[in-house]
Design a protein around this ligand. Structure first.
Ligand SMILES: [Zn+2]
Length: 80
C-alpha cells in the first residue's frame, strides 16, 4: 500500500510554504500529528489516527481545509 502524499497549502497567515511536522505517539495504537508554520508559529489543527501515517494525513487534510486558497473558483455551478 502506497502512502498518499498530500500537498500542503502554504500558511494562511504569512504564506510561508515551509511547515513543521510534529508527530507524537500517544498510545500503542494512537498517534497525533501537529503541523505548524516555521515562520509565524501558527499551529494547525491536530490530526489523529491509529498510525503515524493516518495521523499525518488527518492533520494535512485539516490544514488544507482550514486554509483559504487565494485562487478563486469561478465558472462552475452558475446560478440563474
Ligand atoms: Zn505562517
Amino acid at each position: 500500500m502506497k502512502p498518499k502524499t498530500i500537498e500542503l497549502l502554504p500558511c494562511p497567515f504569512c504564506g510561508n510554504a515551509r511547515v513543521n511536522h510534529d508527530p507524537h505517539q500517544s498510545g500503542r495504537n494512537s498517534w497525533d500529528h501537529v503541523i505548524d508554520c516555521d515562520e509565524c508559529q501558527a499551529i494547525g489543527p491536530g490530526g489523529y489516527g491509529a498510525t503515524a501515517q493516518e495521523a499525518r494525513e488527518d492533520a494535512e487534510r485539516s490544514w488544507n481545509t482550514r486554509v483559504r486558497a487565494p485562487r478563486s473558483r469561478v465558472g462552475k455551478g452558475r446560478k440563474s
